[in-house]
Design a binder for this molecule. Structure first.
Ligand code: 7PJ
Length: 259
């Protein structure tokens, strides 16, 4: 899953792809490099990010989704928490909903049940503005397992097919470095649900903390290592910025795992 931000303020590629033409060119490059899914986002969820109105988010993502869909039948996911954006994006050609808020916004469950497309339910503690202030867990694995149980139940009760659910522990979303490392090390614990796991570690600040580099663009090698570790521990989908490097590394993983 290749990240395509249409935001002016995302932490690592903000402002680069916010015209349809540049966004489509970037999407095409990422497809050539081996992306299976293009994740289009119009709302930065980095810690401290400002909120975006429905209209602004629609103005950012719809022209990009429409333009990609005109030129390709690649799978497109829409990174949003707003039911209005979910519906308009699928109408414009998106195939998957990717919600960092785990479908907890009013109307999000009903919208996804109606749309009948795969949905990624991500765990986040708190909200982007304040989530990194002082994240606390009794046990990060058990707490997130419980969250997944509750969200799966809420999804199914709302009419979302269980087989349409993808789970994501939400690396960096209300988690300390220790929490993130525990999640990475024990990712296979979430296989109890027998649903696909998605992991987003690419260029995240937890990697910057480990390697001691403040600049997201200097985290390529750390990101590839993290993607490999997540794959070995059961992640089916990796959300990444650096498609070619991750694709090659995952091919090596998969060659070994297929024995
Ligand atoms: C994630 C995401 C993630 C899913 C972002 C960033 C922040 N969606 N959207 N999982 N992260 N499913 O790329 O650092 O980890 S935005």
């Amino acid at each position: 899953m290749a990240v395509l931000n249409t935001t002016p303020d995302s932490f690592s590629d903000g402002g680069q792809f916010n015209s349809p033409a540049t966004a489509v060119a970037q999407a095409e490059l990422m497809m050539q490099q081996g992306a299976d899914i293009i994740d289009v986002g119009g709302e930065s969820t980095r810690p401290g990010a400002a909120e975006v109105s429905i209209d602004d988010e629609l103005r950012r993502v719809l022209p990009v989704i429409e333009a990609i869909r005109r030129s390709s039948d690649i799978c497109i996911s829409i990174d949003t928490s707003k039911p209005e954006v979910m519906c308009a994006a699928v109408d414009a050609g998106a195939n998957i909903i990717n919600d960092v808020n785990g479908l907890r916004a009013e109307g999000a469950l009903a919208a996804c049940a109606q749309l009948n497309v795969p949905v990624c339910v991500m765990h986040m503690q708190g909200e982007p503005r304040t989530m990194q202030a002082d994240p606390q867990y009794q046990n990060v694995i058990d707490d997130i397992t419980q969250f997944f149980e509750q969200r799966i139940q809420a999804c199914v009760e709302a009419g979302i097919k269980r087989e349409n659910i993808i789970l994501d522990p939400g690396f960096g979303f209300g988690k300390t470095l220790q929490h993130n490392l525990q999640l990475l090390k024990n990712l296979q614990d979430f296989q109890v649900f027998d649903l696909p796991l998605l992991a987003g570690l690419s260029r995240k600040s937890m990697l910057g903390q480990i390697i001691g580099d403040e600049l997201p663009e200097n985290r390529l090698h750390a990101s590839v290592a993290a993607a490999v570790l997540a794959r070995v521990n059961g992640a089916k989908i990796l959300r990444v910025h650096d498609v070619q490097a991750t694709r090659d590394a995952l091919k090596v993983c998969d060659a070994m795992l297929s024995l």
